[in-house]
Write a protein that binds this ligand. Sequence first.
Ligand code: HEM
Ligand code: HEM
Length: 200
Amino acid sequence: MADMAQRIGLRPTTLTDRFPPPGGRYTAIAQALHWIVALLFIAQVVIAWTLVVRAEGDPAAAFWLTLHKSIGVTILALVAVRLAWRASHPAPPLPPRMPLWEKLLARVNHWVLYAILLVMPISGYLASAASGHTVHYFWLFDLPNLPQSRELAHNAIVVHGVGQWFIYAAVVLHLSGTAWNLVVRRDGSLSRMLPEQSEA
Ligand code: HEM
Ligand code: HEM
């Protein structure tokens, strides 16, 4: 199957590393941070959706809200570390055969993802801290509140609510691009974000 695919000019989809990405991989630290943030992000959105459909006064809501806030602050910290790491360890080049417009789209998509991964937790924190709803970080310690401002809290929660649609769009584009490169292009893009695989 692999030989046949090669003969007709396709790279076989394989879990082994017979076709390592030509431009190299993200560093192990960058990969670990990417997958941890991706998992936390999925948990975060699922928790948020269950939160907003809970009945008012539901005692479990406080638990899930504290969890949502704590995971969100953790994402903010991890994204800050990730950006600092990226500044000293640049991303490997995109596959050379990728058309310029796709490379541009991928880069813009990545920066939009980073931007929203900062905007969402910062707006969430501002909304909480400016309205006196202290953030109890995983029930361990409290983050500081800000001077009370209904206007700031209101604007921040609007940004938080609208921001979610940008992140859904960016993640859908990100996953579609990854799936396209994996299944159609077979250019080793996904391997850039995975550890080296053995032939065994
Ligand atoms: C990457 C991080 C985050 C993401 C993706 C995220 C996402 C969301 C989403 C999708 C909602 C539901 C919005 C709606 O439909 O009305 C929400 C609500 C909310 N989030 Fe976040 N959030 C994040 C971080 C935070 C942080 C750090 C805080 C506070 C410290 C926070 C506080 C809130 C609050 C107070 C609500 C309103 C809950 C309610 O309506 O009962 N979020 N968030
Ligand atoms: C199953 C889910 C996911 C897969 C398979 C995946 C795959 C990848 C791959 C292969 C890359 C390497 C660059 C590329 O070719 O595009 C990448 C980069 C990236 N991913 Fe994901 N990803 C997933 C989920 C997410 C989520 C949920 C987020 C954020 C909410 C995210 C944010 C990013 C960012 C910001 C980069 C750019 C890294 C950099 O250049 O510094 N990813 N992802």
